[in-house]
Write a protein that binds this ligand. Structure first.
Ligand code: NAD
Ligand code: UD1
Length: 332
């Protein structure tokens, strides 16, 4: 099968391309490099010792998409391309609505016109807003607290309407919890250019000396040690979930939703301490005010993914911390 991977040069996309190639799928990437580098392509080829096809361009560009679907015999699409910075989405909502919605609508139009109706979409646990109980199940009420999250929820609704209008579609919506870590080769990983918003990239920049001190946003939550608890998942486990999702949509039609998490929650302090221990490196931190919009605890019930996709996360929090740091020091 030939899979079009939009945003395949990005953090999760690049890891998923490796899994696809290692599982003998053919891979075609489209990426506009707005948040990634072209060098990732050679690294994917080096890790897998396999070839892939790369188109540099924008998923909102209908002519380019038509060209790709005319030239390649695409069987299914994994749609990662989109902007993802929560804070920026609050400041620049139109940038987020434009890119995330237009790319998805254009993609689905071109897919439909080429009779390719198999899609895996990258959604987020952010669509659960502030859940009232834990762990989070797929049928929990949906709401959002920022424009980024709203784009994900709007796209989920668009995809539902699309399926209702045409039952030939087969769509898997994957709701990721907190992906961290990197490929064990240390060749690819997450490397934000700006000051990171998310915990692990920030810890890494403190550990490597690029930033002085981690601000821990609150230690007065109702959690084991007062700091926020999240469901961190190794990006390689997450990527393997996409292979299972592709398999699940291959011979069926329908639309379904899956939480991809470990089902376990770790606090900020547990992450910092584990990172320090496994990497033998000091991470300076101080406790500051809570970050507006944060919830105390968030973790998944991933039993539906186990039941339907036969997928479950395997890697430990130690693996996540070790692999994240290996990538950072190799690419400093
Ligand atoms: P990323 O920014 O590393 O990757 C996204 C890729 O898409 C980048 O390579 C970027 O250049 C490309 N891109 C963006 N807009 C494009 C467009 N219009 N045309 C072509 N290419 C475009 O992000 P990621 O962490 O790999 O996330 C992938 C997807 O998963 C995103 O949709 C994101 O919202 C979603 N997601 C990520 C997380 C997370 O914590 N990383 C959590 C939940 C959901
Ligand atoms: C954030 C987004 C979420 C998005 C996800 C993945 C917010 C409110 N939520 O989730 O929508 O889907 O990233 O991109 O932005 N922390 C610190 N210091 C830091 C950074 C984080 O203490 O410098 C804490 C946070 O308070 C939280 C935990 O670490 O308790 C994880 O934070 P983060 O990595 O930003 O992820 P989320 O907030 O879960």
């Amino acid at each position: 099968m030939k899979i079009l991977v939009t945003g395949g040069c990005g953090y999760i996309g690049s890891h998923t391309c490796i899994e696809l190639l290692e599982n003998n799928y053919q891979v075609v990437i489209i990426d506009n490099l707005s948040n990634s580098k072209k060098g990732v392509i050679d690294k994917i080829k080096k890790i897998t010792n396999k070839d892939l096809t790369y188109y540099e361009g924008d998923v909102c560009d209908k002519d380019l998409l038509n060209k790709i679907f005319d030239q390649e015999k695409i069987d299914a699409v994994i749609h990662f391309a989109g902007y993802k910075a929560v804070g920026e989405s609050v400041k620049l909502p139109l940038k987020y609505y434009h890119n995330n919605l237009c790319s998805t609508i254009t993609l689905c139009e071109v897919m439909a016109s080429h009779n390719v109706k198999k899609l895996v979409f990258s959604s987020s646990a952010t669509v659960y807003g502030s859940p009232k109980t834990l762990p989070i199940k797929e049928d929990f009420p949906l709401s959002t607290t920022n424009p980024y999250g709203t784009t994900k929820l709007m796209i989920e609704k668009i995809l539902k309407d699309l399926y209702t209008s045409d039952n030939e579609w087969s769509i898997a919506v994957l709701r990721y919890f907190n992906p961290i870590g990197a490929h064990s080769s240390g060749l690819i990983g997450e490397n934000p250019n700006d000051i990171p918003n998310n915990l692990m990239p920030y810890i890494i920049k403190v550990a490597t000396g690029e930033l002085e001190c981690l601000n821990i946003f609150g230690n007065d939550y109702d959690t084991k040690d007062g700091t926020g608890v999240r469901d961190y998942i190794h990006v390689v486990d997450l990527s393997k979930g996409h292979i299972k999702a592709i398999e699940s949509i291959t011979n069926t039609t329908g639309i379904d939703y899956y939480n991809l998490g470990t089902g376990k929650g770790y606090s900020v302090l547990e992450i910092v301490n584990t990172f320090s221990k496994v990497n033998n490196v000091k991470v300076n931190y101080k406790i500051v005010e809570r970050r507006p919009g944060d919830v105390a605890t968030c973790y998944a019930d991933s039993s539906y993914a186990l039941k339907k996709l036969h997928w479950k996360a395997e890697k430990s929090i130690e693996d996540m911390c070790r692999d994240a740091y290996l990538y950072a020091i190799k690419n400093k």
